[in-house]
Design a protein around this ligand. Structure first.
Ligand SMILES: [Zn+2]
Length: 309
């Protein structure tokens, strides 16, 4: 009897553990005909298939337009199922607004289903240059995404602001400057006042400055983009929100990074003292991953600023 109970108890524990890792692949409504999948704030895992970011779904008279395509075929299939679960119609286009793995490595899958891929020219350049590097980092974390083929845009947009109309829905693909990745852009829907910011905005979690990020132009890009009269902000990561939260959790952080570390670099304070002097920013300490990312963001920003002095 005791053995039976123990077995039952263990099975129960296993179920709880399984559920705590389970990812719900579903979208929420943002505005009329616009939906978003909001990914978990964790890193890429076998369970989330690398979909730890946000993806947009726009319902048009011609079919679905996706804002980004997930990190490979397995993730793309989940996104396709989400779209078709809302409305069974073809996915006619994918618009990439960035170059990180989970923004575009699903392009090949959607292209084979007949979707046309759109992206800003500098995103395409970064995607091409970083493809192998992105896969090398991704596949050990999510083995199901192995074998992804590179597929960049069919329609390469040249201007810093490009109007795209698909199935009667007007969209603008705008580039304001290099940010988390070189060539990061945003998708603005002027009629619905919805802004897909990609990785220019992180909410609920600390943003990440990578060696290839540019904090100074990222801050400028945020301020330029901030002029759009958006009512709904769909960030790159974190929940759908508004300018108030975006300012508090991304805009103000970028501004403070640039201001404080520029001052330290001008004084040639040295990276250790620049990081120590700025290690505690309580207004941002509630953000997920603050402990693991904040000091790294400080040191990468400082070193880049110092080398440009
Ligand atoms: Zn991202």
């Amino acid at each position: 009897m005791l053995k039976k109970l123990t077995t039952l108890f263990m099975a129960g524990l296993a179920l709880i553990a399984l559920n705590s890792y389970a990812v719900e692949f579903k979208a929420q409504k943002v505005a009329d005909n616009i939906y978003a999948y909001v990914g978990p704030l964790t890193d890429r895992t076998p369970e989330n298939l690398g979909l730890n970011n946000n993806i947009g779904f726009i319902d048009t008279a011609d079919g679905w337009v996706l804002v980004d395509s997930g990190a490979g075929d397995a993730a793309a299939k989940k996104l396709e199922a989400i779209a078709k679960g809302i409305k069974d119609q073809p996915i006619v286009a994918v618009i990439n607004i960035g170059s990180q793995d989970h923004r575009w490595l699903g392009n090949d899958y959607f292209s084979k289903q007949g979707a046309k891929i759109y992206a800003f020219k500098k995103s395409v350049k970064t995607q091409t240059a970083m493809f192998n590097q992105l896969l090398d980092r991704l596949v050990p974390k999510v083995p199901a995404l192995k074998g992804v083929k590179m597929k960049t845009a069919d329609v390469v947009l040249e201007q810093t602001s490009n109007t795209i109309t698909i199935g009667g829905v007007e969209m603008q693909l705008n580039y304001y400057g290099d940010a988390h990745f070189p060539g990061d852009s945003v998708l603005w829907l002027p009629k619905q006042k919805v802004l897909f910011t990609g990785d220019i905005v992180y909410l609920d979690r600390m943003l990440g400055v990578h060696p290839w990020s540019n904090t100074v132009t990222w801050n400028d890009a945020y301020q330029a983009m901030r002029k759009l009269p958006a009512e709904y902000i769909v960030p790159g990561h974190g929940k759908v929100s508004d300018w108030k939260q975006a300012d508090a959790e991304t805009g103000n952080y970028l501004q403070k990074l640039v201001k404080n570390l520029k001052a330290a670099a001008e004084d040639f304070a040295g990276v250790d003292s620049a990081v120590a002097d700025n290690a505690d920013w309580p207004e941002f300490s509630h953000l997920e991953h603050y402990d693991s990312w904040h000091k790294q963001n400080l040191s990468r920003t400082y070193l880049k600023l110092e080398s440009s002095m």
